[in-house]
Design a protein around this ligand. Structure first.
Ligand code: ZN
Length: 157
């Protein structure tokens, strides 16, 4: 039976919780399993490392440090920008918007001055994952050359 290793396409069900309070931040429950190509930086670093060698049916639980997950919180990734930079959009606290520099969250709206945070919402947090391996297969040549998994039927995404 194949084991999880680099260049395998792996499907897992997972639930991610915050060890500090047990809150679930993400889960594949009720959805299709998460499918990814191992060894091509499609996942946060610790996630693949902890699953190496696992087989279909294995259940794995692990806790990652922030460094192995979404990185340390960077206070310099907080910026204040004038609201007219948002064009037609009226910024509201909690909005997640895209920019040339990547996605950011609106954290403070103060008349004409908007505070935005480029940190990932999970930056600076350690994360616990409960993972069940549902499929492990060899990647196709297309998947290897593209560096990501293709869905059922080989459709492109
Ligand atoms: Zn592709």
């Amino acid at each position: 039976m194949s084991e999880i290793a680099n260049n395998k396409v792996v499907s897992v069900h997972y639930t991610g919780t915050l060890p500090e309070n047990g809150e679930t931040f993400d889960s594949s429950e009720g959805r299709d399993p998460l499918t990814f190509l191992v060894g091509h930086k499609n996942m946060i670093p610790g996630f693949e490392r902890e699953l190496m060698g696992a087989k279909v049916g294995d259940k794995v639980e692990f806790t990652l440090s922030a460094e192995d997950a979404y990185g340390e919180y960077n206070p310099e990734a907080i910026q204040e920008v004038p609201s007219d930079m948002f064009g037609d959009i009226t910024p509201e606290v909690g909005m997640i918007l895209e920019s040339d520099m990547g996605p950011f969250r609106v954290t403070i709206v103060n008349d004409g001055l908007i505070t935005v945070d480029f940190n990932h919402a999970l930056a600076g947090k350690s994360l616990t994952f409960n993972v069940e391996v549902v499929d492990v297969k060899d990647a196709s040549d297309d998947e290897l050359s593209h560096g990501h998994a293709h869905g059922p039927g080989g459709h492109h995404h």
